[in-house]
Ligand binder design. Structure first.
Ligand SMILES: [Zn+2]
Length: 275
């Protein structure tokens, strides 16, 4: 959390209000989020640069700068973005990590309550190499059942772990892995190399469907996640298994099982529907 739908929602909320604008001043209040860059180099690179494009890759927000570099923010559990027209009030500066004041006076703010998120700065070559190590984007048209089967081929790990592995597939985390496996009627602990072609096809369809539906609901807000305009997501009301351990399966009425044995994370599934 946030996963693909949440980061995509955040990016869509801020991109039109940042693209084409120059950064006049930068204030970095916390440095423990920095990776591959020092405080002084980040500030020096950002100040005077124009934000050319804001996109998403996997669970990262990618800010392409006129300097040729990319600032990559992974908001992880508790990070959020906001754009303020006015100077920040004392309350608004709470948990602030980065403030970029744009040349028109607006402020782009990255705040992070627990600071599990990270800020990277990569040049073109560094970014290409980094992106190449991440799996395909599930909402791109080129993502087919064959692409999924190919990326997961030969792995004996539990299918839930395999689809959350960002090197195999981009953007899927614990919530949507649980939901997709329920929709695909697959046991989360099933060894990936035992999946049939039909099961790969069902899994592919379920992953794409759940991500699209979550995106249409602006993502899932369980705690800190907010859209790029500060609103809550609404997909938490549509979750079928995640967070529902012990409750009845919406499909067959059997009690849903919760376990932490697969990957130490919360896994919820229906023992009847997901054999
Ligand atoms: Zn069931």
């Amino acid at each position: 959390m946030p996963e693909l739908p949440e980061v995509e929602t955040m990016v869509r909320g801020i991109a039109p209000r940042l693209e084409g604008y120059q950064i006049a001043h930068v204030e970095l209040r916390k440095t423990d989020v920095l990776r591959h860059v020092t405080k002084s180099r980040l500030i020096k690179t950002l100040e005077g640069s124009t934000i050319e494009q804001v996109t998403r890759r996997a669970k990262h927000a990618v800010f392409r700068l006129s300097s040729g570099d990319r600032m990559i923010i992974q908001p992880r559990m508790t990070g959020s973005f906001l754009i303020h027209d006015q100077p920040l009030t004392k309350e608004q500066t709470k948990y602030v990590v980065l403030i970029c004041t744009l040349s028109d006076g607006r402020r782009f703010v990255y705040r992070d309550v627990r600071r599990l998120g990270t800020i990277w700065l990569l040049d073109e070559t560094g970014w290409i190499a980094y992106s190449a190590r991440i799996g395909p984007e599930p909402l791109e048209e080129t993502f087919t059942p064959f692409v999924l089967a190919n990326r997961l081929r030969g792995t004996r790990t539990a299918v839930k772990k395999a689809i959350m592995d960002q090197r195999r597939l981009a953007g899927v985390g614990n919530i949507y892995a649980n939901e997709a496996l329920f929709d695909a009627r697959l046991n989360p602990a099933k060894s990936t190399h035992k999946l049939s072609l039909d099961e790969f096809a069902r899994l592919h369809a379920a992953i794409v469907d759940v991500l699209q539906r979550a995106l249409a609901s602006s993502g899932t807000t369980l705690r800190d996640y907010r859209t790029g305009t500060g609103a809550r997501g609404r997909f938490q009301f549509k979750l079928r298994v995640y967070g529902r351990g012990g409750e009845k399966c919406m499909n067959c009425g059997r009690k849903l099982v919760m376990t932490h044995t697969i990957d130490l994370r919360q896994t919820v599934f229906c023992p009847r529907c997901q054999r």
